[in-house]
Design a protein around this ligand. Structure first.
Ligand code: ADP
Length: 714
């Protein structure tokens, strides 16, 4: 070790050496300091660059996302950092927000929902802790509400407290979530509806089945008691009918739903259709003591081209529901109105079925057309139904290109409106009809002023001036005055059933005032025959017309009076379908023994002899070997072993029997859809009847094919 003693001892270092060493140390230190300073500056520069780079990177990242980041002081709510996507995501000005974050942070969006933080919310966030919520925020430029997740986090930065607000746009996710929720709800509801339906079906099918099985047993036990037998068979027949209509509904529904239904357009008469509807529904309303009214409005065409069966089905469904869901003594009305035409040659029609019955709740009405939907209230609980009728109805109306709407109020009643367009058939109205006969003045008498006005509007353009009276007395006065002035009415059309002076009395008085000047016709909602009998022959009423009024019905009545045609059918001539079929002989192909037995018995009751063969092949062979005239007709089941009905019919038609081409072949099958009818006709059969056998229908078909001359007036 070198010590100063040793150096001193050897004479020691000189001052110059010491100075040089000091200088060397000094320079070295200076150089080191310079290097150090330069290094620090470089590091600071690098750090700054890194900070800038990171900010740019962060800006870039946030720019491309829907998430907004804001760093702010909880003291004064000034923002130190705002991600640059603020304007794009929320349409907000960065500078305004930078100065004061409170409006964005605390103010809820007008009309929006969710959770907006408060000052207390912020204060409650601990250091390092987070608050999370979701809410709507208004986009100031697109003016839409968007759904945001908000996260607020408390932290320290450089020794002072800061809050970080993160807003994350979840609108899309929320919409998806809601859609999924809805889909799930729909799926659950459908599943529930299906379960309800199966439970209902099981109950609805079992109820009539139970009756059929039960009464069959009772029938067997009481075979010797004719009264009981009659009662049980009536109940069995009723239950079977119910079961059949239930099955028909289910099949119809599933067929329409699978898109397999097409419309079958034919020409039909609107007045006839309404008359048929009336006749069909009247017995139901009578049982419940309800009144049924049919009205027409506007200038309705008589002949239309459309699917009459399906239109009927729609109106029958609506009318039967009207009856079913209306209390005893209630009121059901069908109004058919001609709306303004949208295209020449096309009738724009409105059918409305209204009742003053139980009505439906607003919520139920929204779902009324869903299959199996039924509303359970104290009134409807006991009423039988499947909830399929309205779904079928809506499907048919859609198929026809129409629209159906419902208005209803619980306890007040319902109105179903169907609007559709149908092609007008049979050309223009014959307005010259009236001029040719010199008919220019018509008097209408009806206590319902609306009915009078509707007749007046229907007669517009015919050249017939229509006056009306709403009371019998007024009508007598009007008719007498017009008669005195030499401007007597050419036709007087009376409502048969008026309060006060009724139709009969009014007619009598008018007759006594004006003599036999003008024909008096009566409009009635009742059975025509009933009305005729009730009126007797002395009233002066010449003819009865069924309501609602149609110009064409009045024309027909006038023609009838001119021709002095007897309106009453000849009581001796059999009604349609009543012609005697006794003595006919048929060949029937039927593989099911029970069905064969039923057919044999039913035909036997009509005096028709029948020979049964168990399949198509045997039917072909039996017919081929038969004498000409041995059989009058062939009944053909379709689904049979060995050879089906289609093949058999074709084989018969192409065979060389002298009657091969002409013998009537009637398909008699459980395949009852329209295409089954078409398929039967396509292979050369003459007609189609559905099983279970409806004897009246079968007889009508047979009369048409085998006794056309006995058909009676059609
Ligand atoms: P249902 O076989 O039950 O009668 P629908 O499909 O015809 O089936 O009708 C569905 C439901 O709509 C009925 O169960 C009933 O609750 C309600 N509804 C239909 N028509 C009427 C009406 N005219 N008045 C009150 N409720 C009705």
């Amino acid at each position: 070790m070198i010590t100063w003693t040793t150096l001193a001892g050897t004479g020691g270092p000189t001052f110059a050496v010491l100075s040089a060493l000091t200088l060397l140390f000094g320079v070295t230190a200076a150089v080191a300091v310079v290097f150090h300073i330069r290094g620090s500056r470089r590091r600071i520069r690098e750090k700054k660059q890194e900070i800038i780079f990171r900010k740019k990177l962060f800006d870039l990242l946030t720019e491309s996302t829907e998430d907004i980041f804001i760093l702010f002081s909880p003291e004064n709510f000034e923002a130190e950092y705002i991600s640059p996507n603020l304007d794009r995501v929320l349409g907000l000005d960065t500078e305004t927000i930078r100065r004061d974050l409170r409006p964005l942070l605390f103010e809820p969006a007008p009309g929006g929902s969710g959770q907006t933080p408060t000052q207390e919310t912020l204060s409650a966030i601990p250091m390092g802790g987070t608050w999370t919520g979701e809410r709507d925020i208004f986009h100031t430029k697109t003016r839409e509400l968007r759904w945001f997740k908000q996260i607020i986090h408390r932290c320290t930065l450089e020794g002072s407290e800061r809050l970080i607000l993160m807003l994350s746009d979840r609108t899309h996710e929320r919409q998806m979530y809601e859609a999924l929720g809805e889909a799930l709800h729909t799926a659950r509801a459908a599943n529930q509806a299906k379960s309800n339906f199966l439970a209902n079906m099981s109950h609805d099918i079992r109820t009539p089945m139970n009756a059929i099985v039960g009464f069959s047993v009772l029938l067997d036990k009481n075979a010797e008691n004719p009264e009981r037998v009659r009662e049980y068979t009536r109940k069995i027949a009723y239950s079977s009918q119910h079961l059949l209509s239930l099955i028909n509904d289910i099949l119809d529904m599933s067929k329409i739903e699978s898109g397999k239904t097409s419309l079958n357009l034919t020409e039909f008469s609107l007045p006839e259709m309404m008359e048929e509807l009336y006749t069909m529904i009247l017995p139901q309303t009578r049982t419940k003591g309800q009144d049924l009214e049919l009205y027409t409005k506007g200038q309705l065409p008589e002949l239309l081209l459309g699917d009459k069966l399906r239109l009927n089905q729609v109106l029958i469904n609506l009318l039967s529901n009207g009856v079913k869901y209306t209390q005893e003594g209630g009121h059901i009305a069908l109004t058919v109105q001609a709306l303004e035409q949208n295209a020449p040659g096309r009738a724009h029609l409105r059918f409305q079925v209204a009742d003053n019955g139980f009505g439906m709740s607003e919520t139920f009405v929204q779902n009324i057309f869903d299959p199996f939907a039924r509303e359970e209230t104290e009134h409807t609980r006991e009423i039988q139904g499947t909830g399929l009728g309205m779904a079928i109805t809506k499907n048919i109306v859609d198929l026809m290109g129409g629209a159906i709407t419902v208005q209803s109020r619980l306890g007040e009643g319902s109105a179903f409106t169907v609007e559709l367009e149908l092609t007008i058939a049979g050309g223009e109205r014959d307005d010259a009809f009236w001029q040719r006969r010199g008919i220019t003045r018509l008097l209408v008498v009806d206590d319902e002023e609306d009915v009078c006005r509707n007749i007046q509007s229907a007669m517009e353009g015919t050249g017939v001036e229509t006056a009306y009276a709403t009371r019998g007395e007024e009508a007598v006065e009007l008719a007498a005055r017009a008669h005195e002035q030499g401007r007597g009415f050419h036709i007087i059309l009376l409502d048969w059933n008026m309060p006060g002076m009724n139709g009969v009395e009014t007619a009598r008085r008018i007759r006594s005032q004006v003599g036999r000047d003008a024909p008096i016709l009566a409009l009635t909602s009742y059975d025509l025959e009933e009305a005729r009998q009730a009126a007797g022959s002395e009233t002066g009423i010449e003819l009865f017309l069924l309501k609602p009024f149609f110009v064409s019905s009045l024309q027909r009545a006038v023609s009838q009076l001119e021709g002095r045609e007897d309106v009453k059918p000849d009581p001796d001539s059999p009604a349609p379908g009543e012609a005697s079929l006794a003595g006919l002989k048929v060949l029937a192909a039927e593989d099911n023994e029970i069905n064969a037995e039923i057919l044999l018995e039913l035909l036997e009751m009509e005096g028709i002899r029948c020979e049964i063969v168990p399949n198509g092949r045997e039917a072909v062979e039996r017919f081929a070997h038969s004498q000409a005239g041995e059989f009058d007709a062939i009944f053909m089941d379709i689904q049979m072993p060995v050879m089906d009905g289609y093949e058999a019919a074709q084989a018969i038609r192409t065979g060389d029997h002298p009657l091969a081409k002409t013998i009537p072949i009637i398909a008699m099958t459980a395949n009852a859809f329209e295409e089954d009818v078409q398929a039967a006709l396509a292979v050369g059969m003459n007609a189609h009847t559905a099983k279970p056998i409806d004897m009246e229908q079968l007889k009508a078909v047979m009369v048409q094919l085998l006794r056309p001359e006995d058909k009676g007036p059609s």
